[in-house]
Ligand binder design. Structure first.
Ligand code: HEC
Ligand code: HEC
Ligand code: HEC
Length: 291
């Protein structure tokens, strides 16, 4: 009976393979479930700004459509609060029509403002139930807000801010043409290398480096007017400039105290560089990141 052990082995193998493939299927199913759950979290955090919305914003088509939506919606609100049910129903018909237009314009619309949500407001108006109508109005406002929370800021930063990347300016020391990011980088380098030299006791080098930094800082402050037509009161104003002079003064001593030096430089960065970054970097980096 030479075949007997082979049968046993084959049966064992089959059972074994069966077991392991069952196990694999279970593992894979679990992994798929986990990935799905993770995807849902990412989707909810990623927000509502999609390539479709981006292209509408880019064409300038979304703002006017939004205004056309808000007008009849406000009409409903005003009529309900005045107790004018006829008026409310008239405004509602316009609003409903506009929401279906929005639905055709972008698929994301109904994920927030669903036809059922709109219809349930309509029902409260037919019933002339003020309390329910106010609830319905609020539910729609919250649905609009759900999309605005993420999509509106993205839209503004991507398409309603001028581009820092488009700015080129001449380096006042090397006379070559630099992007805004390179201008920043050169400014940073002259500041940090000046500090480094001061710490090494190279007072003359530090003073020279800091002069370069000041020259670059002043050149940078000329770039504001590329975007701003009104004078801005922070970051490169007289007070900020005075802080630079305080550092230059410290560097005049042959052995500037490292703590005092670090303190004034950090103070300058916290009042000049950092707040300007907090205002301008979100738009600059959102644009660079792409979608
Ligand atoms: C307009 C206000 C403004 C001020 C004032 C300002 N920055 Fe910037 N900074 C920017 C912007 C905008 C960018 C991003 C530019 C880009 O990437 O196109 C930037 C980027 C940078 C970067 C990153 C460069 C890179 O390639 O990643 C550094 C470093 C930097 N700044 C240093 C400084 C220092 C140091 C100061 C203060 C002495 C300063 N900045 C002051 C607006 C400012
Ligand atoms: C699917 C996303 C989405 C939904 C839903 C949505 N909006 Fe908007 N809305 C936007 C975006 C994006 C902008 C910014 C457009 C821009 O700046 O170009 C905006 C801008 C607006 C603006 C400002 C227009 C301006 O002048 O800057 C109003 C008003 C507005 N929406 C009203 C509404 C109302 C009312 C609803 C609900 C009935 C609604 N939106 C639902 C995405 C949405
Ligand atoms: C690429 C265009 C661009 C450049 C260059 C730029 N800004 Fe701005 N900045 C903006 C925009 C857009 C806003 C937001 C809208 C507004 O305030 O005009 C803003 C806002 C500000 C604000 C906040 C509003 C206020 O007045 O309090 C300050 C301050 C400011 N910028 C200062 C500066 C300074 C200083 C520089 C030069 C070092 C500069 N900006 C360079 C585009 C720019």
């Amino acid at each position: 009976m030479r075949w007997f052990p082979w049968v046993v082995v084959s049966v064992l193998l089959l059972v074994g393979v069966g077991c392991s493939s069952n196990q694999q299927v279970a593992d894979l199913t679990r992994q798929v479930e986990e990935l799905k759950a993770e995807n849902e979290v990412l989707k909810s955090k990623g927000g509502s700004y999609t390539p479709g919305i981006d292209s509408l914003v880019k064409q300038g088509a979304l703002k006017p459509a939004m205004i056309e939506t808000v007008l009849p919606y406000v009409g409903v609100i005003a009529s309900v609060s005045a107790g004018d049910w006829e008026g409310a129903q008239g405004a509602f018909q316009q609003f409903k029509q506009q929401t279906s237009k929005m639905n055709g314009m972008m698929g994301e619309w109904s994920e927030h403002v669903s036809p059922e949500l709109v219809d349930s407001l309509g029902a409260t108006l037919s019933e002339r139930d003020k309390e329910a109508a106010e609830e319905g109005i609020k539910a729609i406002r919250e649905a609009c807000h759900g999309c605005h929370q993420t999509a509106m800021v993205e839209a503004q930063q991507r398409h309603h801010w001028p581009e820092f990347e488009a700015i080129l300016s001449e380096d006042p020391i090397n006379q070559d043409e630099l992007s805004f990011a390179e201008t920043m980088w050169r400014m940073e380098l002259s500041l940090v290398s000046s500090l480094g030299l001061a710490m090494q006791g190279n007072a003359e080098g530090a003073r020279q480096g800091f002069k370069e930094f000041e020259t670059r800082f002043d050149a940078m402050s000329q770039t504001c007017s590329i975007c701003h037509t009104t004078e801005r009161m922070y970051y490169v104003d007289k007070e900020s400039r005075t802080r630079l002079s305080a550092i230059a003064k410290l560097l005049e001593s042959p052995n500037p105290a490292p703590d005092a030096l670090m303190g004034t430089v950090t103070g300058m960065a916290e009042t000049t560089c950092d707040p300007c970054h907090r205002v301008h970097l979100p738009a600059a980096y959102t644009q660079q990141r792409g979608l």
